[in-house]
Design a protein around this ligand. Structure first.
Ligand SMILES: NC(=O)c1ccc[n+]([C@@H]2O[C@H](COP(=O)([O-])OP(=O)(O)OC[C@H]3O[C@@H](n4cnc5c(N)ncnc54)[C@H](O)[C@@H]3O)[C@@H](O)[C@H]2O)c1
Length: 315
């Protein structure tokens, strides 16, 4: 650990650089070391970010990094991955991203790092499991961004539909960040009042339609500009803050299930208390039978997809 809050960011593309910008503006980190295989991009972003730090209230020391930087890091963040321009289905990225983990995580561990590894790399639930396997770290030290972005999209949708302030909407998405995500309608509420009081057309078809809209949002954004990055950057920032400041916030992380929600042995998006030790406790909110069935199917899909990652790990 450093004397302040040192963050090592591995992967400096759209997501990594947006996160770096959000991080320096937050003043949360005393030091940020950036590692990317594209050395020109890494150096250019460091110089650009250093200019930006001048006008922040608490300037972060930004530098190009090496894996040695992980030695005294307080948090390691993974934002590498397959370019979103190639996104057909997040599952296509499994082998590519698993290889990145195999190429980098042993170096993080060899440097002496034993803290929390936060990741957004897709498919995030499968890759969290790959990072756990390759690092050998306790399961709770691997924290994926899970369904935090899907949850933000669900809340944003409900706010527009109900014409209410998004801060007052409490609604969650669980399961895979991707094709089989599950929007939990049964306990969606506006400061404790059931969402049905504000949107009257909620039947199964409507739920499926909204679920589809949430899933498709990424594809629409990518079609327009090649990547989604601001939303996930702020999700990563919320996780960073919760970990560095030991906030015990409940965030929709990819966490390792050990019987919660009737499933075990895999990472997926569930409400989780996030603090300095990573995913400190999974919270079980009530879900209805339909949601449980969808969640079970999501876990089954993730277990199936992990087999592709295993081919890379065991190579
Ligand atoms: N979890 C989420 O909700 C969410 C949302 C958006 C994007 N993502 C994911 O984030 C990842 C990054 O997306 P992006 O748009 O920034 O992609 P990008 O192509 O812009 O950036 C990826 C970066 O990773 C770097 N990289 C590749 N291999 C590396 C290695 N071994 N070591 C260090 N750096 C390496 C590349 O050089 C590149 O700069 C993807 O997996 C994407 O799907 C996740």
């Amino acid at each position: 650990m450093s004397n302040g809050n040192k963050v090592v960011l591995i992967g400096d593309g759209f997501v990594g650089s947006s996160y770096a910008f959000a991080l320096i503006n937050s003043g949360l980190a005393t030091e940020l070391a950036i590692i990317d295989i594209r050395k020109d991009k890494e150096l250019a972003d460091v110089n650009d970010l250093l200019d930006a730090t001048v006008l922040t209230s608490s300037p972060t020391i930004v530098k190009t990094g090496t894996f040695e930087d992980c030695k005294d890091a307080d948090l390691v963040v993974l934002a590498y991955g397959n370019s979103q321009k190639n996104l057909v289905n997040r599952l296509n990225d499994i082998k590519i991203a698993s290889q990145m983990v195999v190429d980098t995580i042993p170096q993080v561990v060899e440097a002496g790092y034993d803290g929390v590894i936060l990741l957004a790399t897709n498919p995030v639930d499968v890759i969290a499991r790959v990072v756990a396997e390759v690092s050998g770290f306790p399961k709770e030290k691997i924290v994926g961004t899970g369904t935090s972005l899907d949850t933000a999209r669900f809340n944003q949708y409900l706010a527009l539909e109900s014409k209410l302030n998004v801060s007052d909407i409490n609604a969650y998405v669980i399961g895979e960040h991707g094709n089989s995500s599950v929007a939990v309608w049964s306990n969606a509420n506006v400061n404790g009042i059931n969402i049905r009081e504000f949107i009257d057309k909620i039947d199964d078809d409507y739920k499926d339609e909204v679920g589809e809209l949430i899933r498709d949002k990424a594809f629409k954004i990518i079609k327009g500009k090649g990547a989604t990055h601001f939303g996930i950057a702020n999700c990563l920032l919320a996780f960073t803050k919760a970990i560095l400041l030991d906030e015990k916030r409940v965030l929709m992380a990819s966490s390792y299930l050990n019987g919660e929600y009737k499933n075990k042995g895999l990472y997926t998006g569930v409400p989780t208390i996030i603090g300095k030790n990573g995913a400190e406790k999974i919270l079980e909110m009530p879900i209805d039978d339909r949601e449980q069935k969808m969640f079970d199917k999501s876990c089954k899909d993730l277990n199936e997809n992990y087999k592709l990652a295993l081919e890379v790990i065991n190579k």
